[in-house]
Design a protein around this ligand. Structure first.
Ligand code: MN3
Length: 203
């Protein structure tokens, strides 16, 4: 069974005015969909990997045949990262973390604003294309970091909880070169219930 594109949980215009409808539509139906198509095309040569989860594939890239490994790393990462990015956002959010994750953020960073500053710094500091993440390790410690291109936290043995896409295609139509403005506006879209679920499920 080929991998599939998860349905977007909201309409293209639901993240307005922070992220415009055209950006969401192009990002989901063109960028994300193309990573998916290219991943499936690469794996057609070795269909046994369709039995694996995408997470398992990305955690075990050394077991992927060398001739498709780079394609699987880039396109599989592109699929997973976007799956998490879309789920990290929702319309009508409170802007504040919830539950156990909220407590852990306070414990780790002192307060939410310190965490937010560190996360934005990770996004701004990522040269070129990539992502800023809140991830957890196997001891359930929180880590703010960034990844390049379509690499994922899984390759660093981390479990992703929250992500923002800082590729220019994620914000260029509305913000052009103003990545900092995109990042500071983005917080009102964060779906903290989703991150809390990921944190509780992390092992
Ligand atoms: Mn993207």
């Amino acid at each position: 069974m080929a991998f599939e594109l998860p349905a977007l949980r909201y309409s293209f215009d639901a993240l307005e005015p922070i992220i415009d409808a055209a950006t969401v539509e192009i990002h989901y139906t063109k960028h994300h969909a193309t990573y998916l198509k290219n991943l499936n095309t690469a794996l057609e040569k070795y269909p046994e990997f369709f039995e694996w989860s995408l997470e398992k594939i990305l955690c075990n890239l050394d077991q992927i045949p060398e001739d498709i490994r780079t394609a699987v790393r880039n396109n599989g990462g592109g699929v997973l990262n976007h799956n998490i990015y879309w789920a990290s956002m929702a319309p009508g959010q409170s802007g504040k973390p919830v539950g156990k994750l909220a407590e852990k953020i306070e414990d780790t960073f002192g307060n939410f604003m310190n965490f937010r500053t560190e996360f934005e710094k990770a996004g701004l500091g990522r040269f070129g294309s990539g992502y800023a993440w809140l991830s957890t390790n196997h001891e359930k410690q929180l880590i703010v970091h960034s990844t390049a291109n379509q690499d994922t936290p899984l390759q660093e043995h981390l479990i992703p909880l929250l992500v923002v896409d800082v590729w220019e295609h994620a914000y260029y139509l509305k913000y052009q070169n103003r990545r900092a403005e995109y990042l500071s506006n983005w917080w009102t879209l964060v779906n903290w219930e989703e991150s809390e679920k990921r944190y509780l499920a992390a092992k």
